[in-house]
Design a protein around this ligand. Sequence first.
Ligand SMILES: [Zn+2]
Ligand SMILES: [Zn+2]
Length: 342
Amino acid sequence: MPELRQNFFTKEWVIIATERAKRPEELATHRAAQPVPAFLESCPFCPGNENKTPPEVMRSPSTVGEPWAVRVIPNKFAALSSEVQPTRNLQHLRRRIDGFGFHEVIIDSPDHSRCMAMLPDTHVASILRVYKERYNALSMDHRVNHVTIFKNHGADAGASLQHPHSQIIATPVIPSQVRHRLHEALRHYDDAGECMFCHMVEREVEDQTRIVLKSDRFVAMEVFASPTPFATHIFPLRHMASFGDISEMELADLARVLRTLLAKIYVGLENPDLNFTVRSGPAEYAGARHFHWYVSVIPRLTRVAGFELGSGMFINTVLPEAAAEFLRKVAVDKVAGAGAGQ
Ligand SMILES: [Zn+2]
Ligand SMILES: [Zn+2]
């Protein structure tokens, strides 16, 4: 029998199409692996081509003789501009703000060929450290209301350049998806006097069926009312409303959990395109008791069709419990980069 499930955070319903359910392995891309060179002369993100990018915002130094480990640059094709002011304008019902904001690119490593799933955990920790530094720096600007950190991996996920990179966009408004979650979280806090994320994480850890992996400080789990197959969330076990509050120990632990999850998806589903986003409360939420940040990883395995666009309601053809069981079993200790130090 098909089942409707409600997302605990957003109250959105999804249809889990058990009648049409696919076995998780049926969604593997079955794409022939294309050899990718470690260095590409024409790539603006490869070392030696630093002058092909806009002037650098920051870099973190390499400990293995590379010119740098992680580099941050302004996006050459920025969605928003830091040169204008966020002046508001209301004319009849038309509200506008001049396109102020920051749009930066974080070049994950000098290596053109190794996506995050293949990098050493210590290097992923360096990338996360840069995320935190830029998140906190951009949040200091009083004109910025929200900072979104995200990755597009593969053309179907929106990546236009192959060299592995992440992006960060700071906007003068709080996006409505984030605002909706903040409202629901506050409503739950008012009703129950607790963080709804902490409550849910505790129950899921007890239940085990949707857990993919757990460390001392983080847990990765399939979403109960997952709108798409293999949508996976990583939650800090310590209550924290803002990503900017993550500690050094937690950064190292998140690097291990995130990279292991990405490697499981890479191996088990044969390198699908994917997006991930750090879903944090705005920086001034630091210390807030009702919201809890997390990382949302969405493999792009299916296309959004008419029903989804027309209703906002998704049909998911893989049971989240089956997805979790599948990912738990994928061995990743042989993936290049696993366990290697840098
Ligand atoms: Zn490159
Ligand atoms: Zn919490």
